[in-house]
Ligand binder design. Sequence first.
Ligand code: PMP
Length: 405
Amino acid sequence: MKDIAEIRADFPILNRKVYNKPLVYFDNGATTQKPQCVIDAVTEVYTTYNANIHRGVHFLSDMSSEAYENAREKVRSFINAGKREEVVFTSGTTGSINGIAFSFGERYIKPGDEIIISHLEHHANIVPWQMMCERKGAVLRVIPINNAGEIILEEYLKMLSSKTKLVSVTQVSNALGTVLPVNEIIAAAHSVNVPVLIDGAQGIQHGVVDMKTMDCDFYVFSSHKIYGPTGIGILYGKEKWLSELPPFQGGGDMVDKVTFEKTTYNELPFKFEAGTMNYPGAIGLARALDYVNSIGRENIAIMEKELLSYTTEKLSGINGLKIYGNSVRKISIISFLLKDIHQYDAGMILDKMGIAVRTGTHCSQPVMDRYGIDGTIRASICFYNTKEEIDTLATGIEKVISMFS
Ligand code: PMP
């Protein structure tokens, strides 16, 4: 296995300086940096075989179509989905959830039906359901959380009823790092025949994700959060759902036969892939998954667990620093505030020290409302980060505090 210096050398951007200071990148929850092999894969498409997929009979088109379909197979195997037909390329998590919210709403939702989400959701897993509920006269129910930032499972179980038509929850909270008990959530929903969508935007990159064992009905994620290019993501859906659901976009490639009277749709998964897809992104994503596999997902989880406990210990020792989100099951995201100091001020000063953290609501305003705050400072850490960088963060925070005292 590669050591940390070798791993970091794979990510050219980690070597740069900002304001003449070594970059300390702790904004991996927003987007991850890319290894050279991913950058090369995308460059390779444009320099050697760029052509639109699926439509041509010429050499380059065959080559890009094959690489695109190989990428689909790579994703299938990475998440251990049963069939390639169940793996749809989209623009990302947001695109996938909006697509399902639209199609599911059109196909199954009547006035008075209920959709369950949790209080920990990113806006991408709130707003599309609100839009669908508004369109269809359905009701959005929200699983509450406790002070530690964990969902209250008993409240969820009480919410499930014959009115429930779908449960859509995140695997991991991007604002607090909480890992949700998705297996229990899915099992309870399935016991009353309700399908479940899992937002894997923050879950896919922190350990092994397996569709057969998780048994969710839909799983969505973005490539850019797992070291792949932006603008591409995945909608996994069980075949029985994807074959019943209507497409959420119409256009080229998603059709079988088009006449002005009637159009029939292409087979799965192409029914859900309208227009020119982001094939260089898909090919880059496949390379990113190869890279993650080469490090080993278990290894990544172990490294990040150690970094999380180191950070938690370090930051907890700072007087005036309060951590939000103390779930027993957590990934390497630490949200915090510094007593009277506004999070933007702290973030801007840390930035001048070369430390990139995120400040604000993290697209999870309801989480902030739950704690009566208007945002946090968030350090989201991944396996290419080091304990030395965490020390730099801790020293930086101490400096911020002393500047304001
Ligand atoms: N869900 C969660 C939990 C997220 O963290 C994010 C990204 N911050 C999203 C959804 C949306 O992802 P994207 O912007 O890539 O569509």
